[in-house]
Design a protein around this ligand. Sequence first.
Ligand code: M6R
Length: 596
Amino acid sequence: MCGIIGCFGTNGVAEPAARSVLEGLRRLEYRGYDSAGVAALDGCTLVVRKDVGYVDQVAVRFELEDMTGTVAVGHTRWATHGGVTQGNAHPHTDMAGRIAVVHNGIIENYRALRDDLTDAGVVFRSETDTEVIPHLLAMAMADGCPSLAEAVRKVCARLQGSYAFLALSADGGGTMVGVRKDNPLVVGFGDSQIFVASDVLAFGPMASRMAPLLDGEIVEVTMAGVRFFDVYGSELAKNSDAVDIVWANTDRNGHPHYMLKEIFEQPRAVCECGAGEDDSLVDAALAILGARQVVFTACGTSRHASLIGRYFFSKIARRFADVVMASEFGYFARSLNPQTVVIAVSQSGETADVIAGVKLARQAGAHVVSVVNRPACLLEEMGDHVIRLGCGAEVGVAATKTFTCEVIVFYLLAHAMVNRLKQGRANVERAGELLGELLQGLNGGLWKLAADLKGRDHFYYIGRGVNFAAAMEGALKLKEISYIHAEGMPAGELKHGTLALIEPGTPIMAICPNDETHAETISNATEAKARGAFIIGVSDLPSEVFDYWIKIPAVSPLLYPVLLIPPLQLFAYHMAVARGCDPDKPRNLAKSVTVK
Ligand code: M6R
């Protein structure tokens, strides 16, 4: 949550830094979009422009494109401390306006620090936790710190919580310093510009090489170049890697929204998923087979994929695994031990609850398998084994292709556990081909269905076995982007309470492909229809009970979720558009949830 980027033009001929920062902010907007701002050093003057709204709205209102100078930092916000106001938007400055700070994360002890600073005469201009940082930095400099980097190191010793922040000082011709703890920060090297940002996506096309910072490491950028320091202040040598151009591509390819583009990328992503990951899959499979207990931990969509994964483990490899939602994981920490394998699943690789759970797992001596999509993420650093989804950047806040690829990874992992990886791959490839054909023919019908149902207030999604987790995911997509109440549940649970909510016309998505769950789910749908429900069947088989049929092709039984979730994503997408919602930027949400 919150995206930060800084740009330092090192040769004086690069285009104004603010323009590059603005471009980076547009690419970071998936991390938060309630306000935005830029601080640029113009000569000796630090100019700050910020306001509530999307990056482009603020850019137009305050002419951010026209800010001059070769050093700038910028921020796109997802509010945690303090409402969505201009005053709370970043950058924040010290009282003299000589140091500007942009921050992602939470400073947990900010109240105590704020009290100390207030006692020392500081006047605060915002309600944020962040504002303590520029004031502390200014004080450290006034107390004789020899450099901004050293001031940052000193100030970090007083900060509790998680953070990645950039400080820009107007003194000495301009200095930009970045540091991180439990939040990502990556340095990018362009021809004539140095970037420091929350994600490589931010500077993707503008830099050719990148170097992620580790916790406690500090980067300092001045006219003299880039230097890295460790947590003790000693200078570090750091290697850089080439920026993955494919990953950094955030083009919408003619689609009106990222979500639609990402839905249609799924057939290819499915076929290519896990390519080059055979060794990781086999190593992880061996670790799982050798473990006493196996636990998935994840949030949201990644948790739904994990719920499907546990069925695969049981059905294909006869291994029981539990799924604990990451925000609850800590409460089970006492039952972890060195015989536990924790499969931590996060497309962003930086979800705070998942990271916190993995820390506890590591403390207990458990083995960690990280399943991630974003390169160079925190979870990747923390895994004993790392399996990459490899499906390219997902920008829409609603997870689509990463869900499908997580499901595929678990399917392959289960096959690796029984030494049938090749067979698993062949099944997956077939599913990918079928999905391609399905999506081509489906769009118009789902658009019409959405237009008919856009006024409904409640939806229920039901399924059994792997399709129960798919039901949960279908419901999450609908509520997340179209703001309609939707519940996903095991079909057999309907009659244990929820049936009381069914009224004439209540839409129920009955997920009942031709697998072992079909007949019983149809029975449950029929019970609901007897109470007036409007049944939308998602299946390869027709049924009299369906008022509307979303027809999918037949596939190897456990792979049905790969074919039936994309139509549900598409339905949710059309519902959002039909209701005038922006599917890429749902209200109150952000893609990377880096706060607990
Ligand atoms: O990056 P992660 O996979 O850890 O994200 C977990 C959830 O925040 C995420 O899946 C969320 O539920 C999505 N916005 C759902 O579409």
